[in-house]
Design a protein around this ligand. Structure first.
Ligand code: PFF
Length: 454
């Protein structure tokens, strides 16, 4: 069904905002943001990150959304519609592939999170960080349990996507957003009122020199902004394709970026004060969430309750992101191959689940626990390829396409179509044509060279 006129649209403007912000807010805010802040020395990273979100993240988000709305297609179809008889559709295909890869391991981590809800309820958390590390290593090296939770997580994702844009995605994000908001507020209040929370607040909010140098910090900040805002792989092309011409994209994107950044900051306020107050290390890397935090919870009054709340929050945030990843790939099968929604979602869910199994099993043979952002497991490698290569490459090519081929003027006109509310000003063209491609290319190439040289 390549006919755009029968395409579903969001039932309200809020539908797009909540769905898009649900995509953006995920493991990236609660699991990844705190650990990259931690490994880059705290507040200085937060400041640079905020600048990049405004300078690179926001214009990129608007650009992808207008490509989607203008073409009313999935990423592959969108490039075909805007640049017929050219090879630009490959950029869309790259996005679909990236969604596939990310979801395969994202669902594994989502599964760990679900499992940890029940570990917390079952009273498995203890105050010794070493023991919690062993608990986690034991959990992930089990052949069956994490795979089953990965399956449960993928099953939930498929069930929502099979329901459709309005009755699946929009309905569920509308229910789940208030849950996320409430849970995170409860946890922030708990964390900042612990005795000794000040040291964590200072680490997060008072800038000092970067702990791994400026180069690493810049690379991590741009990679983090792409991952957390779900940019560079067509989520916004796909979600934008369900927008109507009356929706104001520049102001919706402000809301989405604001919600995502707000939740990341709250994530930091939730994690660092507690980690410092209870005497744990903030630079534990990937393990911060699953190894350090259970010990932190076990140390605080009513920790069982707060630990359970935390992992429910993490699971819900992961789910609203996973549905956007699956929607990109599903929309491609529906538009381009004429499959039904239910069949696309189910088949893709099954295939992505299978592809994710090695990531789940690959966590077995860890030596020691010094896992940096780039470790040597399959999941770490997927995470690196996705964040440092695929998402920036997708973003780079999309920006070049929109700025130079489709032209910045067409993109700007599409963005300003709604006629009222926020409008993109004259700054947008130069940013799209020069700032985005140069910044992304520079950081991507630097990151790749550094990865292989060091
Ligand atoms: N933005 C999500 C997060 O922060 O966890 C992850 C993500 C979702 C990345 C969708 C990319 C994407 F297309």
């Amino acid at each position: 069904m390549a006919d755009g006129s029968r395409r579903e649209s969001w039932a309200s403007r809020l539908g797009f905002i909540l769905a898009a912000a649900g995509s953006a807010v995920g493991l990236g805010n609660i699991w990844r943001f705190p650990y990259v802040v931690g490994t880059n020395g705290g507040a200085i990273f937060v400041i640079i990150y905020l600048i990049i979100v405004v300078l690179v993240g926001y214009p990129m988000m608007v650009t992808e959304s207008v490509i989607g709305r203008s073409s009313k297609r999935n990423p592959v179809g969108a490039f075909k519609a805007l640049a017929p008889n050219s090879l630009w559709w490959i950029v869309g295909a790259l996005g679909v592939l990236t969604g596939f890869v990310i979801l395969s391991y994202y669902s594994v981590v989502g599964g760990w999170s679900l499992a940890y809800v029940f570990r917390s309820i079952g009273g498995d958390f203890g105050s010794d960080a070493g023991e919690m590390t062993n608990l986690f290593l034991g959990h992930v090296s089990d052949a069956w349990v994490p795979v089953i939770w990965h399956l449960v997580f993928m099953g939930l994702t498929v069930a929502i996507i099979a329901g459709g844009v309005v009755k699946g995605i929009q309905r569920w994000v509308t229910v789940l957003w208030p849950v996320m908001g409430l849970l995170i507020l409860v946890l922030v209040i708990r964390s900042v009122t612990l005795e000794g929370a000040g040291a964590g607040l200072a680490f997060f909010l008072a800038p000092e020199a970067p702990s791994q140098g400026w180069g690493r910090l810049l690379i991590d900040a741009i990679a983090q902004s792409f991952f957390t805002l779900s940019l560079g792989m067509g989520v916004f092309i796909t979600y934008g394709s369900y927008l109507s011409d009356r929706d104001n994209i520049p102001s919706s994107a402000v809301a989405v970026v604001g919600l995502d950044t707000g939740i990341a900051i709250l994530g930091g306020l939730m994690i660092f004060p507690a980690v410092f107050a209870l005497g744990f290390e903030a630079d534990a890397g990937v393990g911060l969430t699953f190894m350090t935090l259970p010990a932190v919870f076990a140390t605080m009054p009513l920790g069982g309750l707060f630990g359970t709340i935390f992992f429910i929050l993490l699971s819900v945030a992961a789910l609203t992101s996973a549905i956007s990843l699956l929607e990109v790939v599903t929309a491609w099968l529906i538009d381009e191959k004429g499959w039904s929604r239910g069949k696309s979602a189910a088949v893709l869910g099954a295939v992505i689940f299978l592809v994710g199994i090695p990531s789940s099993l690959g966590f077995g043979p860890w030596e020691g626990v010094s896992i940096g952002a780039i470790g040597d497991t399959l999941l770490d490698n997927y995470d690196w390829v996705a964040n440092s290569v695929l998402l920036p490459l997708g973003g780079l090519l999309t920006a070049i396409f929109a700025g130079w081929i489709w032209t910045a003027k067409s993109a700007q006109d599409e963005a300003n179509k709604a006629g009222q509310g926020l409008r993109l000003g004259g700054w947008y063209g130069p940013v799209l044509k020069f700032v985005l491609p140069l910044a992304i290319a520079f950081v991507m190439i630097w990151g790749i060279i550094e990865h292989f040289v060091s």
